[in-house]
Write a protein that binds this ligand. Sequence first.
Ligand SMILES: [Zn+2]
Length: 126
Amino acid sequence: MSIIGDGLEILSLIDKAKNADVYRQLGDYIDKIREQQIENDRLHEQVRDLREQLRFRGTVERVHGHVFVQGDDDEICPRCAEVDMRPIHFVSQFTKDNGLHAGCPQCKLQTHFRYPCKRENAMKGE
Ligand SMILES: [Zn+2]
């Protein structure tokens, strides 16, 4: 049984009328444990997210000014990789003046290239 379940079981065993003080204190104690569990869950989630960000950071590669994830030949957005730690692939987008530019669909960063860079072209310094 859970720690809160144990507390509730003890609470049910107490004669409420005779032990009002103990009853109230145990109730408060159970509330505190419940709050601690919520905080614990939140921290576990945060640790998981930070681990994932750290793992991702280790897979980011820069090739002549272009950014890639290891094992992936399509360019990703350097801003999203650096700031949000997310691998967002560049796409070609038409701008207001009808020019074609590679950019990020997430943060709207735009390059002066028409198409996203392929790794083999980045290796050649293109
Ligand atoms: Zn971006």
